[in-house]
Design a protein around this ligand. Structure first.
Ligand code: MN
Length: 144
């Protein structure tokens, strides 16, 4: 199988989908499923966040292996806010809070590898948010 690249972070016949349709809080982000192979038992997705947009603040049992593919931004991983840029690698361990945000004026695109069979994301409770907000850098960063 060969899927030609079309430029502008789009691939032939791969639809650009909504990031999520579960009503959780996110802003200006799209999802493309590049590989979805039962034999490999994993999916490779490409997410793209518009300037200033962000992904959902969440955690879950499954792990994310991420390669930044476009632009710059920041990632919350646990209680750390990490500046990320193109070609950086980010691994998000299981049950670790995470959220990605694009820098103002820049897109943030990233490849994200996950298991096909995975648990659903868990959103923070008010107690979880209170705990996260005890860390000033985290409090400033998160969007919920
Ligand atoms: Mn996640």
């Amino acid at each position: 199988m060969h899927i030609p690249y079309q430029g502008n972070f789009r691939w032939t016949d791969i639809p650009v989908k909504e990031y999520k349709t579960d009503g959780t809080h996110f802003k200006d982000i799209t999802r493309q499923i590049l590989f979805d192979d039962p034999e490999l038992a994993c999916q490779l997705r490409y997410f793209e966040i518009e300037p200033g947009g962000h992904s959902t603040l969440e955690r879950h049992q499954h792990v994310h292996a991420v390669m930044i593919f476009r632009g710059r931004g920041h990632a919350l991983v646990g209680h750390s806010v990490i500046p990320v840029q193109t070609f950086d690698l980010v691994q998000i361990p299981g049950m670790t809070w995470h959220q990605f945000r694009a820098t103002e004026g820049e897109h943030l695109g990233f490849l994200c590898l996950v298991n096909c069979d995975r648990d659903r994301p868990i959103l923070p409770t008010e107690e979880d948010l209170a705990e996260l907000r005890q860390h000033p850098e985290v409090a400033d960063f998160i969007r919920v």
